[in-house]
Design a binder for this molecule. Structure first.
Ligand code: 2HG
Ligand code: ZN
Length: 468
């Protein structure tokens, strides 16, 4: 677009939204033009803050007329570059469309605008005596629309599943500006293809999510949190199996000693256990009273006696439970300072030990001098493997080095029948590796579907896959 065209576009947008909702200053462009990834510089043309569905449709109409791409933007807590705007795009922020529109106790649901912050929805559900069970460290800033667009997972997937399981209605503005009202909050609706599920996890390439109806559930009766020191990966997996046979797990997370050390050093907190172990498990369990809880605690004690668990600490109250959770939840933010090369892979739960074994060989050979931090939702078969950049190495050189190894790593993931992105999405970061998880036929169908919803290719172009 030439300068004249840009000026006309910005004039049209400013008269639609007013100057205060069409920002072009450098600080705003930098702030709203990127997510939590730090591998390229943001460079959008403007940041837009619509306040209604009609305004979203009008923005899309202008974007089509001026042939300018649009990046839908939520809380920008993504880790794959899906919300990056680095090529003169319009960033369409849902921040001002953040209202809870309806609470329906009989249907156990909440309807909200896409910009509603996850924690606000969780709180509204609590006021109804219910719970929105999708939860993660970024719940204070992530938004429902972004969660849906990335089918966000989090820390309780083992019990409640991903975002997809909780969306019963969606309003979406497509790339033609049309408004789709999908599934309308129904529990049962067998009337052909369910387009709602195409939108969930579509990373903004098919439409702008503007409203959602979310299902809620009853909160667990009573919960407890424990951190266990573990001698090995196989010990972690067999513990998982035994616990699942005797209790209801809300979370089953793991992290390595290096991950723990980084968090402890950063936050100046105590080690949870006196003995350092190669790995730790953090588990949260649901129970119906002291007797049920005792069964689980006895299981842990007998594992300690048998040497399959090294040591354990169990929360005695909410404050201790929160403190234990922080050891796990603070890892991602803590290690961000090392510009890590992030991997978010998964396989079947039973496939985890052999996948890790094979990856450890690659990592040991290829990254002998790098710090490697393991953690993740191991109870879901989801591992976060982060390689930390040595202080002395330039970001570009480090990224180049890691990318070469990615191919090898993803081949192993593919061989295990796993996924190269369990929960963070493809965005820009994993685009060139998509074929390790999806067949050529699948990608061709995805491209065709993209063209149906967005014939002018204005919605988040260049994300997930290229169009040729
Ligand atoms: C987590 O599980 C998040 O903490 C972030 O998914 C993972 O930073 C990461 O690699
Ligand atoms: Zn995660």
């Amino acid at each position: 677009m030439g300068n004249g065209q840009i000026a006309s576009l910005l004039n049209a947008l400013a008269s639609l939204l007013g100057d205060s909702r069409c920002l072009t200053d450098e600080a705003s462009k930098h702030h709203f033009g990127r997510d939590w990834t730090r591998f390229c510089e943001p460079d959008p043309v403007a940041i837009l803050f619509p306040e209604s569905i009609t305004e979203v449709q009008q923005i899309i109409a202008l974007a089509r007329r001026f042939e300018v791409p649009v990046v839908p933007s939520g809380g920008r807590t993504g880790l794959s570059g899906g919300a990056m705007a680095a090529q003169g795009e319009l960033v369409l922020s849902l921040e001002r469309m953040n209202r809870i529109l309806a609470s329906d106790t009989a249907s156990k649901s909440i309807t909200c605008q896409a910009g509603a912050v996850t924690a606000a929805v969780q709180e509204a559900a609590k006021q109804m005596g219910l719970m929105y069970p999708v939860d993660f460290a970024s719940s204070g800033s992530s938004q429902i629309g972004g969660n849906i667009a990335t089918n966000a997972g989090g820390i309780q997937v083992i019990r409640y599943g991903m975002t997809r399981n909780w969306v019963s209605g969606l309003k979406v503005v497509t790339g033609t500006g049309e408004l789709l009202d999908l599934n309308k909050g129904l529990m049962k609706n067998n009337t052909g293809l369910d387009l709602r599920h195409l939108m969930i996890g579509s990373e903004g390439i098919l439409g702008v999510i503007v409203e959602a109806t979310l299902q809620l559930c009853s909160p667990p009766q009573d919960t407890g949190v424990a951190v266990l020191g573990m001698p090995s990966m196989p010990a972690i997996m067999s513990l998982l199996e035994r616990l699942q046979a005797h209790s209801t797990l809300l979370a089953f997370e793991f992290f390595s000693d290096l991950a723990l050390e980084k968090v402890i050093n950063r936050h100046g907190v105590e080690r949870p256990l006196t003995t350092a172990c190669p790995f730790y498990v953090l588990l949260e369990y649901e129970h119906s009273g002291p007797e049920a809880e005792a069964v689980l605690l006895e299981l842990i004690e007998s594992a300690i006696d048998a040497g399959t668990v090294v040591d354990a600490v169990c929360s005695q109250n909410m404050a201790q439970a929160r403190a234990l959770w922080r050891l796990r939840e603070d890892i991602s933010e803590t290690i961000a300072e090392w510009t890590p090369y992030k991997n978010d892979i998964s396989t079947s739960v039973s496939g985890v030990p052999s996948l890790i074994e094979r990856i450890e060989v690659i990592v040991g050979q290829r990254y002998p001098h790098f710090e490697v931090v393991w953690y993740g939702h191991i109870g879901d078969g989801n591992l976060h493997l982060n390689i930390l950049k040595p202080d002395s190495m330039a970001v570009d050189e480090f990224q180049r080095h890691c990318k070469i190894v990615s191919a090898e790593l993803f081949q192993v993931v593919k061989d295990s029948g796993g996924s190269i992105s369990a929960e963070h999405g493809v965005g820009l970061l994993k685009k060139e590796f998509l074929h390790y998880s999806r067949s050529a036929e699948e990608i061709a169908l995805m491209r065709a579907i993209k063209r149906l919803f967005d014939p002018d290719l204005i919605l988040n172009p260049g994300k997930v896959f290229d169009l040729h």
